[in-house]
Design a protein around this ligand. Sequence first.
Ligand code: ADP
Ligand code: TYD
Length: 211
Amino acid sequence: MDKGRFIVFEGIDGSGKSTQLKLLGKRLRERKLKVHETAEPTDQPIGALVRRILRGELQCVDPALAALFAADRIQHLADPNTGLLKLIKEGVHVICDRYYFSSYAYHSVHAPMEWIIQANSLSAQMLKPDLNLFLDVPVEVCLQRLSASRDNLELYEAEANLAAVREKYFEAFSRLKQNEAVQIIDGRGSPEEVAEAVWQAVGHLFETHGF
Ligand code: ADP
Ligand code: TYD
């Protein structure tokens, strides 16, 4: 049986990842492909703990939070019943809102990027994305989108921090360009326009899967 593909959406908060993930999922299902939509942090126990920290309900030093994200990721991959490795082996295509490039970008604002890459090396060995899609949207636009849709912004959603995170994404892409498939998508258009650009980038990966 053919293995499933693993496509990851990356970008700063409010860049449109979850919107595009849903649109891509719909498009793949319309083509009768088996698709699993997922996100990190997960809704599993470690991911739930991470979300409480992000909401400010619990306190945690930055390196400990970075390690929790890495732990959540390992569970997401390797859970024997629901893990992504199992699904992909069974031929299910997985599309994921954030993966290890989020860790490289968000945590390297406060810690050496090399340490974050090391902390995630087990995940990188277990499962590398067929494609990382970075939705590039200016920080001001992301913040406008978020303030229109949310009452409270989370831990990382301050303007200066998001600008620093965006820079760190580009630093990580450049650093890992030999090992990782990355495509930058202009995320400023309408959801439909961006979805078309996403399809131009990923469609060919599904050609051997029935169309
Ligand atoms: P993310 O998952 O990257 O944080 P979302 O997909 O949740 O981003 O989008 C954040 C907000 O912006 C939501 O209110 C969403 O409806 C809106 N949004 C998403 N994509 C676009 C777009 N292309 N143009 C305008 N608004 C958008
Ligand atoms: P998410 O729920 O995807 O937020 P959004 O939809 O606004 O993009 O992610 C929650 C926050 O967690 C987001 O600010 C990015 C951050 N994050 C990290 O700091 N490290 C990580 O490894 C991941 C996956 C997310």
